[in-house]
Design a protein around this ligand. Structure first.
Ligand SMILES: NC(=O)c1ccc[n+]([C@@H]2O[C@H](COP(=O)([O-])OP(=O)(O)OC[C@H]3O[C@@H](n4cnc5c(N)ncnc54)[C@H](OP(=O)(O)O)[C@@H]3O)[C@@H](O)[C@H]2O)c1
Length: 242
């Protein structure tokens, strides 16, 4: 079994996920780049390899559990375990909008990718995470998942009317807490990361933060010491309220 630590990042073909992969590479980790398009994941691997990072591409379409199972099989054969899973892949569904208008299909698509896909990927990787000494799981969430923030009419978050996105990320928070409870006795820490509004396809290119700044929040949670928090939502400035 390799001595180097191994991380899988889903949705690492662009944006914050690609940056999370790059930052793990800088830490000297083996980086498994998950992408629903294998060719684009391989392009990221090439970029990383050019910087001296050991990296490999796997096809993970989070809505197709078979791809996660096959990726887990490959990681097991190649590295024997997984130290960190970063569930980064997500969408704002097409047609997302206020509760009064959002098409149910958009809600369904948001939950499909952001929640069901995340759980299926996690289930596929859990046996490998259990083989690591100090495994960590990080789920990308958002301030828009916070009932406290969205429920505060003075907060900017209350004016963002993407029901499918916000509600699915609130469900991600619950999954995070419940998985943290399940894995506490095994010493596996599970947390949710809010990267802040970053300039990506999803975040909008005029967003105030860089993908690197957003990625750093996830990488910090993925490398917490043994006595670090679990079952929490953290942003750069610290813990966020649910
Ligand atoms: N950017 C922000 O301001 C912001 C703020 C708060 C939270 N977040 C969270 O941070 C994470 C990354 O966001 P981002 O801004 O980097 O988004 P992005 O630029 O849109 O990238 C999303 C990534 O997820 C992948 N993806 C989408 N659906 C997938 C599926 N079904 N299976 C596998 N991969 C899939 C995309 O793959 P393709 O390249 O194939 O499309 C892409 O690699 C998300 O969880 C997001 O909710 C972002």
């Amino acid at each position: 079994m390799t001595q180097q630590k191994v991380v899988l990042v889903t949705g690492a073909t662009k944006g914050i996920g690609r940056e999370i992969a790059r930052q793990f590479g800088e830490l000297g980790w083996i980086v498994v780049v998950g992408g629903r398009d294998l060719g684009r994941a391989e392009a990221v691997v090439k970029e990383l390899a050019a910087d001296g990072v050991e990296a490999a591409a796997v096809r993970v379409e989070v809505n197709d559990a078979q791809t996660s199972k096959e990726a887990a099989g490959w990681i097991e054969q190649t590295y024997g375990r997984l130290d960190v899973l970063v569930n980064n892949a997500a969408i704002i569904p097409d047609g997302d909008g206020p509760v009064s208008e959002v098409p149910v299909e958009a809600l369904r698509a948001g939950f499909e990718t952001n929640v069901l896909g995340l759980v299926a990927t996690t289930q596929a990787m859990l046996p490998l995470l259990r083989r690591a000494e100090r495994a960590r799981v990080v789920n990308l969430s958002t301030e828009l998942s916070s009932l406290t923030r969205v429920g505060d009419p003075e907060s900017r978050m209350s004016s963002v009317l993407t029901t499918g996105y916000n509600a699915s990320k609130a469900a991600v928070n619950m999954v995070t807490v419940m998985l943290a409870n399940e894995l506490r006795a095994d010493g596996i820490l599970v947390n949710a990361a809010d990267p802040g509004n970053c300039a990506t396809d999803m975040g909008g290119w005029d967003a105030p933060r860089t993908p690197a700044q957003g990625a750093a929040v996830a990488v910090r949670l993925a490398t917490l010491p043994a006595d670090g928090p679990t079952g929490q939502l953290h942003a750069e400035e610290g813990r966020l309220p649910w």
